[in-house]
Design a protein around this ligand. Structure first.
Ligand SMILES: [Zn+2]
Ligand SMILES: [Zn+2]
Length: 244
């Protein structure tokens, strides 16, 4: 199975990167993790068949992780999608989805989809199964607006994928990503402490407790991207494929 970075940018388009969106595919699994504002053009650029995607997991309601959904849903409607789609995310997702649909395309939230659309609210540390994909959300810390904030530990086809989402350091990242086959972790800055975000130095200090089998850094600001030295860890880039 594989995870493809459709977009690995931050909210500011640092480095010209698309907003956060990862595409995971296996023998049975086909889902997105986050769907930031620029995700539909990013998906189309990579030739990803949107109609095959069964599930979109949303970590929080900031635009760079969530605001691609109206475009994705309109595209599904206009391309005559028939396959059911599940959108799952933090508590309040039904209301937030309606609000963002109405803000961007008036009346779009009232359109009856041609396909079955389910919107599911997830609770921290309650595992939910979506077909072959078992999802355990962990609460993370990312400020006062745009929450609740969830990181995901995902078990599918015998593999574990963990994604930190946007968060400052919190001990929940240890059970989230312990021994994961792939840990995708925010590295917003190198060692500068920025409230609500994770820096690489802090993450590195805890890697011994987390012990991921593979680590890939994402959501990097200019502070990370413009460093002259090559990072000691794999840094994501848009379009990059990681085999799991
Ligand atoms: Zn973000
Ligand atoms: Zn955020």
């Amino acid at each position: 199975m594989q995870l493809r970075f459709v977009g690995c940018g931050d909210a500011f388009g640092s480095g010209g990167r698309y907003n956060t969106c990862f595409h995971v595919t296996g023998e049975r699994a086909n889902f997105l993790i986050d769907c930031g504002a620029s995700s539909l053009p990013a998906l189309k650029r990579l030739g990803i068949v949107r109609n095959d995607i069964d599930l979109v997991l949303i970590t929080h309601f900031h635009g760079d992780h969530f605001a691609g959904l109206p475009f994705l849903l309109l595209d599904a409607q206009f391309s005559r999608r028939s396959r059911p789609l599940v959108i799952a995310g933090p508590e309040g997702i039904e209301t937030r989805l309606t609000q963002v649909m109405e803000a961007l395309f008036e009346n779009s939230s009232k359109t009856k989809q041609r396909f079955e659309l389910s919107v599911v609210a997830l609770k921290p540390e309650e595992t939910r199964s979506f077909g072959a994909v078992n999802v355990t959300p962990y609460p993370v810390i990312h400020g006062d607006s745009g929450g609740p904030f969830l990181a995901y530990r995902i078990e599918t086809e015998g593999r574990i994928i963990a994604y930190s989402a946007d968060t400052e350091w919190t001990e929940t990242l240890i059970p989230l990503a312990r021994d994961a086959d792939l840990f995708v972790a925010e590295a917003y800055t190198y060692d500068r402490v920025v409230k609500n975000h994770l820096n690489l130095a802090t993450l590195e200090a805890h890697l011994g407790a987390i012990r991921p089998k593979r680590l890939v850094l994402t959501h990097m600001s200019d502070d990370m991207l413009e460093r002259p030295d090559t990072p000691a860890h794999t840094a994501a880039s848009d379009g990059m494929i990681v085999g799991i």
